[in-house]
Design a protein around this ligand. Structure first.
Ligand code: ADP
Length: 484
């Protein structure tokens, strides 16, 4: 108690010097801080200087009436507790003072103990009031903190009462449900989320079940709804907290992954079946060796295994690119030299098909390019190799290079089979190959162009294609002069 008294300021307003000084002494000995005033006016002045926690107020004073002083203290210093000092037997005055806001009263003449008990009670009262005020302030701060967190959550959140009505929801919930951001809570959950399966689940959950459910929204998104039951301390069901998570991208990735696995399996299965068939023929019981035919069968097996190896290498390249490992080794590359090397290595292939394969560089020297030379070489190897494969015997292939704006531009042009317009977008998809009379006998994996595109884009560049069936194609690669 001693310590709680120390911070308390008690103002004694009494015109009788004996009582005033006496009270001051007792209060000081109790450990309180004390201020003294000889009349009402002086008391109000003192309060203005330093608002006291407790005022001991004599009601009978010359000058400003004690009741008036009490009224002003109640009005201007509502936190201050007033203990009125009344004359003996003046119960009505005390009652009137209490009505005006006095906290307690003490009748004259009084013993020091009586004063101590009354002031201590007032100090305890002040402490309780202060504690309650702090708890309320804390609660309020906590509530607004939680409100801020709920508002800022990236996932949709709604609290649903026992009757299925939404009590609270955040902006992400409105967004997930495609609702106007100004939509207010208060309606039944089915109003906000009209999905049938979801509605059934909400009903089940209202009966006390918890769980998850996935559902598609009318605009084609996928949402995962996660429910958690809210229980009272007695374990009674109060409602549910619903969390909505947009899983559209995961769903898409999942589908793409399944499709990819199906495509890969298909691509691997058909050559393997052929190999198996050829080997069964060769190893067939009761079959006399036929050297010429056997050689042809084995050559076919070899061709198929080479194709499989190429597919698997391409797949490994793709997974390397997808995991961000492509085009990492950036260094200064002399593009003219790199292109000359690519052309030279493909000359035998082009010559075997009587095709011309040329490189045309601008008269001015190309600036040095910062890039991964190995990845870059694989890009142009792929494009030149395609140009040779998809161009008839005797065709022409030309590689040109130069600067355009902030980009290096390399075009690989042929006058070969060309590509029909409806396939122009698809040729960059994994495993897509144009199937027609002309391409029938051309071997490939359908992974070359997706790799080229991924590598070029990982360097901050882009690839474009222009093509006319039976006229030829031009694949143009743009690489930034200053890579990111
Ligand atoms: P691949 O050549 O192994 O089949 P790509 O991904 O490199 O795989 O090419 C995909 C498809 O695009 C090819 O199957 C082919 O139909 C078409 N294509 C690519 N380059 C050319 C080209 N220069 N001329 C005509 N068609 C082409």
């Amino acid at each position: 108690m001693e310590s709680s008294r120390q911070s308390v300021l008690v103002l004694v307003i009494d015109d009788e010097p004996g009582i005033r000084e006496g009270c001051g002494r007792i209060l000081s000995r109790m450990g309180c801080r004390v201020a003294l005033a000889a009349d009402g006016q002086a008391g109000l002045e003192a309060l203005k200087e330093d608002p006291a926690d407790i005022v001991l107020l004599d009601l009978k004073m010359p000058g400003l009436d004690g009741m008036e002083v009490l009224r002003r203290i109640s009005e201007f210093y509502p936190e201050t507790l007033v203990i009125v000092i009344t004359g003996f037997g003046t119960v009505e005055t005390a009652t009137e003072a209490m009505k005006l806001g006095a906290y307690d009263f003490i009748a004259k003449p009084f013993q020091p103990d009586r004063l101590r008990v009354t002031v201590d009670r007032a100090i305890e009262r002040k402490r309780l009031l202060e504690e309650r005020r702090r708890t309320l302030a804390d609660l309020d701060a906590e509530k607004s903190r939680i409100r801020t967190i709920v508002q800022a959550l990236p996932n949709g959140l709604a609290v649903i009462g026992r009757d299925g009505r939404v009590v609270l929801m955040n902006p992400a919930f409105c967004q997930a449900c495609n609702l106007d951001p100004a939509t207010r809570p208060g309606e039944h959950i089915s109003f906000y989320l009209p999905d049938q399966a979801f509605g059934d689940l909400v009903a089940a959950i209202s009966q006390g079940k918890t769980g998850n459910c996935e559902f598609a929204t009318p605009d084609g998104r996928w949402l995962l709804a996660r429910f958690t039951e809210v229980l009272s301390e007695a374990g009674e069901h109060l409602g549910i907290v619903l969390l909505l998570i947009d899983i559209t991208e995961f769903k898409l990735l999942d589908r793409l992954k399944s499709e990819f696995v199906a495509k890969v399996s298909h691509e691997l299965r058909s050559p393997l079946s052929t190999i198996h068939l050829q080997l069964s023929l060769l190893l067939g019981e009761r079959r006399a060796p036929e050297p010429e035919k056997d050689r042809r069968l084995l050559a076919r097996v070899q061709e198929k295994t080479m194709g499989l190896i190429a597919t698997i290498s391409d797949l490994l390249d793709i997974s390397r690119i997808d995991s961000g490992l492509a085009a990492r080794q950036f260094e200064e590359v002399n593009l003219s030299e790199l292109l000359a090397g690519v052309i030279e290595s493909h000359l035998p292939q082009a010559q075997s098909r009587n095709q011309s394969l040329n490189l045309r560089l601008p008269p001015e020297k190309l600036p040095a390019l910062k890039a991964d030379p190995v990845a870059l070489e694989s890009v142009f190897n792929n494009l030149v190799s395609n140009a040779i494969k998809y161009t008839q015997e005797g065709g022409e292939i030309l590689v040109t290079s130069g600067c355009e704006g902030d980009f290096f531009k390399v075009a690989v042009q042929d006058n070969g089979f060309g590509i029909e317009p409806q396939y122009l977008e698809m040729i960059f998809e994994k495993f897509f190959r144009v199937k027609n009379e002309k391409t029938r006998y051309v071997t490939g994996t359908g992974l070359g162009l997706p790799i080229v595109k991924a590598v070029v884009e990982s360097m901050g560049g882009k690839i474009e294609v222009q093509s006319q069936p039976a006229q030829g194609s031009t694949f143009t690669v743009y690489l930034p002069l200053k890579p990111k």
